[in-house]
Design a protein around this ligand. Structure first.
Ligand code: NAP
Length: 284
């Protein structure tokens, strides 16, 4: 990858006020992109924007909004489009873990609200950016997946279900948008010691019961995956080096994604890195 593979491009990153979204914003900036950054915390968003090193020909703007509130989301997108024009890259990173614990004990309104942020906002942003990407002759959409998207995650039902749907949305849009040169992929960032870890701990052992002890150990031993690892994969999926790689869910920790450009044709013929039903034949 060249040093500035995203020179002249513009990218929208949700949840850029901290954690993985902040790391993604910083790496996209280093890669040459102009940025539209979304999150609720205006002060934190401003701090990220102002701390980016000056770069000729690039601009970074904060658009504070609640993406779970569609009036707020649409207004922020309109302001971003007015400032930056048609976008080349969308990173749907913002998410909430939501209520933790046995499904039957959870407040259902809170359960539903997880979908507003983790799924519906991402879907709405896809709707909003795709026409501009079509005008630009291509684009890149990266959806951040999460624990539970590829297997059951007891006590984390809302988050797991919303993330599973987000991955399927990405696979489906990848097919719809293939001829438009718009690549849509998902990223599994691995277990990171961000605020989500703090939420798991704050919910206590009655929250995400199977994960609580592991989360406490991860925090105590500081063994989480650095957000920069997943941010590097996001930049790859936002860059021309990944053109034609679409409809996949890639792990920043486990997958040899750097070799994918050499395996592009074989990948296109295969269903690896996708969500599929396993049949007895697959296990022979
Ligand atoms: N941490 C992990 O171990 C882990 C593992 C797998 C996947 N992930 C995924 O990685 C992504 C980033 O998570 P993280 O660990 O960096 O979490 P985080 O530190 O909690 O950051 C979440 C980001 O989303 C924003 N956000 C939340 N609700 C929002 C809303 N209604 N409107 C606008 N922005 C909102 C937050 O900003 P404001 O609070 O300022 O709004 C913040 O910038 C998420 O998609 C998560 O599911 C995380």
């Amino acid at each position: 990858m060249s040093h500035a593979p995203l020179a002249g491009k513009s990218a929208l990153v949700t949840g850029a006020s901290r954690g993985l979204g902040e790391a993604v914003a910083r790496q996209l900036w280093t890669a040459g992109a102009s940025l539209a950054l979304f999150a609720r915390d205006a002060a934190a968003l401003d701090a990220v924007t102002l701390s980016l090193p000056p770069a000729a020909g690039q601009s970074a703007r904060a658009f504070p909004c609640d993406i779970g509130d569609f009036a707020s989301l649409d207004a922020a997108h309109a302001a971003a489009a007015a400032a930056l024009g048609d976008l080349d890259v969308l990173v749907n990173n913002a998410a909430v873990q939501g209520p933790l614990g046995p499904m039957e004990t959870l407040d259902f309104a809170a359960w539903r609200r997880v979908f507003d942020v983790d799924l519906f906002a991402a879907a709405r942003l896809c709707q909003l950016v795709v026409p501009g990407m079509r005008r630009r002759g291509g684009g890149k959409i990266v959806n951040i997946s999460g624990g539970g998207a590829t297997g059951p995650r007891p006590d984390v039902t809302a988050y797991a279900c919303a993330k599973t749907a987000l991955v399927r949305l990405g696979e489906t849009l990848a097919e719809e948008l293939r001829d438009a040169g718009i690549d849509v992929n998902g990223v599994s960032p691995g277990a990171m010691n961000t605020r989500m870890l703090e939420e798991t701990l704050a919910a206590g052992p009655a929250g995400a019961r199977r994960e609580y002890a592991a989360a406490a150990e991860r925090k105590a031993k500081a063994t989480g995956v650095p957000p920069d690892k997943a941010a590097e994969l996001v930049v790859f999926l936002a860059s021309p080096a990944s053109d034609g790689i679409t409809g996949r869910l890639l792990s920043a920790v486990w997958d040899d994604w750097k070799s994918l450009p050499d395996r592009r044709d074989a990948l296109a013929m295969s269903d690896v890195y996708t969500l599929r039903r396993i049949t007895p034949d697959d296990r022979k």
